[in-house]
Design a protein around this ligand. Structure first.
Ligand code: FEO
Length: 170
């Protein structure tokens, strides 16, 4: 059985995961608008990943006999400075998500809720990757400087990302 406080906190996180997806879809739209289709592909794949995160929390609450309550999604930003800015903002956003997950762990511990703490361990590990990936891409931007061919090479690499299948929780 899951407490009301834990359920409410996870419901809030479902909203934040879907907002993350919404943010990345906005970044995909911006990328497509400036002709960076590989970037657009990468951010659309990231949208799928965030939806999978939201579904993982959703399924968990249902399994625990709790009630999923969905909340309004905030409007994401639509304007970005340039291609590099997309990944700087991705990294900044993922750091916020990491803090939120860590806060959920603290709540689970206070509630003596071992099951939720175990679920959250998956997200703690996932956030390491969620921060690492944009960090590595930002390093590539530092390497290429203002070289437009370098930017197109990054675009080609980002075009190869494949979306996770729905419900995989990856
Ligand atoms: Fe759901 Fe990007 O963390």
């Amino acid at each position: 059985m899951i407490s009301t406080k834990m359920t409410d906190s996870i419901n809030e996180q479902i909203n934040k995961e879907i907002y993350s997806g919404y943010l990345y879809l906005s970044m995909a739209a911006y990328s497509a608008s400036i002709g960076l289709n590989g970037f657009a592909n990468w951010f659309k794949a990231q949208l799928q990943e965030e939806i999978a995160h939201a579904q993982k929390f959703y399924d968990y609450i249902v399994k625990q006999g709790g009630r999923v309550v969905l909340q309004a999604i905030d409007e994401p930003p639509k304007d970005f400075k340039d291609a590099r800015d997309l990944f700087q903002k991705t990294l900044d956003h993922e750091k916020i998500v990491t803090k939120r997950i860590n806060d959920l762990v603290i709540i689970a511990r206070k509630e003596n809720d071992r099951a939720t703490e175990t679920l959250l361990q998956w997200f703690v590990t996932e956030q390491v990757e969620e921060e690492e990936t944009p960090t590595r891409i930002l390093q590539k931007f530092d390497l290429i400087g203002k070289d437009e061919n370098g930017l197109l090479t990054i675009d080609s690499q980002l075009a190869t990302r494949v979306s996770v299948p729905p419900q995989s929780g990856a």
